[in-house]
Design a protein around this ligand. Sequence first.
Ligand SMILES: C[S@@+](CC[C@H](N)C(=O)[O-])C[C@H]1O[C@@H](n2cnc3c(N)ncnc32)[C@H](O)[C@@H]1O
Length: 155
Amino acid sequence: MTRSAAQDQDRWNEYWTRYAFEYDEHQLSRLAHADERATWSRIWADALPIGTRSVLDVGTGTGNVALQLAADGYEVTGIDLSEGMLERARAKCAGHPAPPTFLRGDAVQPPFPPGSFDAIVSRYVLWTLRDAASALQRWHELLRPGGTLVAVDGP
Ligand SMILES: C[S@@+](CC[C@H](N)C(=O)[O-])C[C@H]1O[C@@H](n2cnc3c(N)ncnc32)[C@H](O)[C@@H]1O
């Protein structure tokens, strides 16, 4: 990463950390509706083929997708570069029988060897990335043969 790209990324990480609380409160207020939680469970179950076990949630933010997938039985790793977002994600792991592993990691260059995951999920993340094309290429390499990428984003 060039120095100026790294500086831009640092600014974005600070931005997400500054708004972590508000962001999470908004997401949790939506998840408080049983319909919303059930709808997301159905979306992931429809998108992830039977037999999927290991899932990487890139740009996991405050971890709500990762936590829901873990509750649904997947082995989940969530990465993000915002310490504030990760702090809120980790705080929600207490009492979870098989919580996700939350790590600081760059979604554009995830710190894993090729073929590490059965599936990669990305929700509301592509639009935030400094280089979405490179990220998609790396995500493809991280998948095992026949693996699945699920990206959920607005236009
Ligand atoms: C709109 S939030 C989405 C959070 C979560 N996926 C969700 O569905 O609630 C975007 C997240 O992407 C993260 N992000 C942006 N660029 C990133 C990068 N290069 N590496 C890791 N995380 C990144 C931000 O820190 C933020 O937590």
